[in-house]
Design a protein around this ligand. Sequence first.
Ligand SMILES: NC(=O)c1ccc[n+]([C@@H]2O[C@H](COP(=O)([O-])OP(=O)(O)OC[C@H]3O[C@@H](n4cnc5c(N)ncnc54)[C@H](OP(=O)(O)O)[C@@H]3O)[C@@H](O)[C@H]2O)c1
Length: 266
Amino acid sequence: MMTFNEKYGKTALVAGASEGLGAAYAHALAARGLDLVLVARRRQLLEDTAVRIQQQYRVNVLPVVCDLAAPDAISVVVEATDNKPIDFLVYNAASSWIGPFLATGLETHQNIAAVNTGTPLAMLYYYGGKMVVRGRGGVVLMTSIAGFQGSGFLATYAATKAFCRVLAEGLWYEWRAAGVDVIACCAGVTTTPNYLNTNPGRASWLEPRAQSPEQVVEECLGRIGSVPSFVSGRSNRFVSFLMQHVFSRKKAILTMGNGMKKMYRL
Ligand SMILES: NC(=O)c1ccc[n+]([C@@H]2O[C@H](COP(=O)([O-])OP(=O)(O)OC[C@H]3O[C@@H](n4cnc5c(N)ncnc54)[C@H](OP(=O)(O)O)[C@@H]3O)[C@@H](O)[C@H]2O)c1
């Protein structure tokens, strides 16, 4: 059986890699022997993550400071990678806004759309396109079970996550014959600093059990190549099954919105 890097190649790019899930992907890919390009905005945190990984796994790590909301983000990243072939792409970065849709400016929603849909679309087109030409590669789009239905007080974020799942599934179909595996990882609550900083309360009895970033990442890297998308964690799969196949769509949307209201005391 081929090892991970024999199957996918030498270098991975993780977009949104300074901490949490993104850093966990970086560690897991370095542990599989891949060199890394790590992208995020906070230079110090990103460089510290890069140095730690480089020392721990003896792989090459290139940190690239870039705001993935910027219209020219893709050019900045492409220029920084200096045409280095990217064999494996993880698009993990995301932006969100928790609260009533109209309680923030349109630019907040546009920023979320840029980070969560516009830039991954551009990265898929560019790096995925090159993988298809080379005849091998892998792509992970991080998405969320929040994207399985309309999610009140998280409306734009949830809509962008639905976009990513459906995009990944379509490209899984198109690119598998070209030797490129695409997967959407639909995570539930994951104990990243970003999530914990939102200071969530308890939503309801239906709240799935939280996973660690490492659990989500190992599940995803174990499943890529076999399915177009998956829900990580048994407890998330159970709740997701109820929401999609047992509840009516109206009840699922009400459950999600009521849960958000309670969790964030809205
Ligand atoms: N945590 C959860 O409970 C959960 C649940 C379901 C799905 N997910 C999905 O999992 C992924 C990661 O989730 P997370 O929020 O917990 O984050 P995370 O992986 O812990 O951190 C997000 C990373 O993205 C970077 N990032 C964010 N905005 C960026 C921007 N505009 N430009 C460049 N880098 C940016 C951050 O670094 P800088 O701040 O340094 O830029 C950070 O390294 C997201 O796609 C999210 O939708 C998470």
